[in-house]
Design a protein around this ligand. Structure first.
Ligand code: MLC
Ligand code: AMP
Length: 469
């Protein structure tokens, strides 16, 4: 079956099957727009896409996937440091940018291919091999610059088909969300999901409670920060009573937010768990039992296990915590040109180390307890490596030392907080400095100046003392 099976085959010409930020297209029109992009790609292996929240991004990604060209999404607000790294590391041969409207990034010196929403084509191409790369998504590790996660067409298809089964996701649905289009949640689930499964899509732009309320969808996606803001806006939350299913993922949903929303909407919030490297591996079913404190059961074909520090399997009786390891058809093909990182992230017998600490009950339900490493921060559902933010801070001439941690935050889950030893630079200057070099969501929300960072006898920074003292 084709990866974008619905888009490739639909004859539906009703307007606004896919709508992003008030600009919509029917299925037939979207296919013709994407085919025009595919014609322009001339067999390129890899193309970057400036992934702004607009229809041109959907058309560009769909066109590349129809052509069999791997897509490298670039966050539209990525500063020069992050953008140059993604373009250089991925060796993208060109950048797809909107032909009209604002382009945010500076791509000077690189071939640009405009996505022109006035051009249509009817060309049809053979479906590429399912083992070919569909997406290379850049994601943060604990240290250094983000790594490219190579995802095959087959892995994406397996993930979406598993979710269609678990959630009863069909062409009768209208999916609503306001997620960014350069990560798994907004792009794979939130765009490729409708293009494969045929649900209509309304992307609301910024994910405010009011826009979610006004959209009258049947299926809603959000990160916990979005759900917690909706739970705090009862009028908007009550408008979601007509929805069929509310789904939360990308970070832990506080139990009080889930139960508060259920009371206001009459709808329970289904949770699912995943990672860029594994896509979605665990979920509750729309037609199955519900537990507000747990994420659910492995999706079809996915296997999970808990292990101790030596990779020895632990019992699944709901009490023992261990690292969650996974394997199955949705897993990535490795980090781009980083065989050592691939080796470190897998056990010798082929399981992927998620780095998340979990429990598994006798009924198979998984609870995500937290992350094993403190250097991966989840803020607003974004994964942020402490090391990348520290490197950005240290590039400022006034900063001598920097340590970045995630402090608990009722809105964002965790808040990026920097402790710096610095001279002659204000906190807000440092926040802006990071926001200009990296994507703005990676900026510290707070900078605390200290005389020295706490270190152990070997000189290693003791981050746990920063968060407790
Ligand atoms: C703010 N901005 C600045 C700035 N401060 N720009 C430059 N300099 C500064 N100092 C800008 C931002 O760019 C943005 O612009 C605007 O101000 C507001 O940004 P924000 O403050 O970051 O918004 P916030 O309220 O914190 O956003 C909350 C949120 C967001 C929930 C909407 O965090 C979000 O979209 N989260 C989703 C993350 C996600 O999709 N994760 C999935 C990963 S995949 P502008 O232009 O935007 O208005 C995954 C797998 C799985 O995890 O399981 O799903
Ligand atoms: P990312 O690579 O940005 O997709 O982030 C993946 C990480 O998000 C996982 O390793 C988890 O730490 C976290 N995560 C995703 N979904 C959930 C969830 N439902 N509950 C708790 N944490 C989650």
């Amino acid at each position: 079956m084709r990866l974008l099976s619905w888009l490739s085959e639909s004859v539906d010409e009703r307007p606004d099957a896919v709508q992003v930020n008030d600009r919509g297209a029917s299925w037939v029109e979207l296919r013709r727009l994407a085919a025009a992009v595919a014609d322009d790609l001339h067999g390129l292996d890899r193309v970057a896409v400036e992934a702004s929240t607009d229809l041109a991004t959907v058309v560009g990604v769909a066109g590349a996937l129809l052509a069999g060209t791997a897509v490298v999404p670039v966050p539209p607000d990525a500063g020069p440091r992050e953008r140059d790294h993604i373009l250089r590391d991925s060796a993208a041969e060109a950048v797809l940018v909107p032909a009209h409207g604002k382009r945010r990034g500076d791509y000077s010196g690189r071939p640009l291919i405009p996505v022109d929403l006035t051009r249509r084509a009817d060309s049809i191409r053979p479906e590429p091999d399912p083992a070919e790369t569909a997406l290379i998504l850049y994601t943060s590790g604990t240290t250094g610059a983000p790594k490219g996660v190579v995802l095959s067409r087959r892995a994406i298809a397996a993930c979406l088909d598993g979710l269609a089964d678990a959630w009863g996701w069909t062409p009768d649905d209208l999916l609503v969300h306001g997620l960014p289009l350069f990560h798994v949640h907004g792009l794979v689930l939130g765009v490729l999901g409708p293009l494969r499964l045929g649900s209509r899509l309304q992307h609301v732009g910024r994910p405010t409670p009011e826009r979610y309320a006004d959209a009258a969808g049947s299926l809603y996606f959000g990160v916990p920060t979005i759900w917690s803001r909706i739970a705090a806006a009862p009028a908007a939350a009550r408008a979601l009573r007509s929805a069929r299913l509310l789904v939360s993922g990308s970070a832990a949903l506080p139990t009080a937010v889930g139960t508060g929303l259920a009371a206001l909407t009459g709808r329970r919030v289904v949770q699912r768990y995943g990672m860029t490297e594994t896509l979605i591996t665990v979920s509750a079913r729309a037609d199955g039992p519900h537990r507000p404190d747990a994420v659910g059961l492995p999706l079809p074909g996915v296997r999970t296990r808990l292990v101790d520090d030596g990779d020895a399997p632990l019992p699944a009786h709901g009490e023992t915590m261990g690292e969650l390891q996974v394997r199955g058809p949705t897993l990535f093909d490795g980090y781009l040109h980083r065989p050592e990182a691939d080796a470190a992230s897998h056990t010798s017998d082929g399981w992927f180390r998620t780095g998340d600490v979990a429990t598994i009950g006798p009924d198979g339900w998984h609870q995500i307890v937290g992350r094993a490493a403190t250097d991966l921060i989840k803020s607003g559902g974004y994964r942020i490596g402490a090391g990348e933010v520290e490197d950005a801070l240290l590039a400022h001439p006034g900063v001598r030392e920097a340590a970045v941690v995630g402090l608990p935050d009722s809105d964002l889950g965790q808040q990026v907080t920097a402790y710096v030893v610095s001279d002659g630079v204000t906190e807000s200057e440092l926040i802006d400095f990071v926001a200009r070099q990296l994507s703005a969501h990676k900026r510290p929300r707070q900078v605390r100046r200290v005389d020295a960072l706490p270190r152990n006898a070997l000189g290693k920074v003791q981050k746990s003392r920063l968060t407790t003292e």
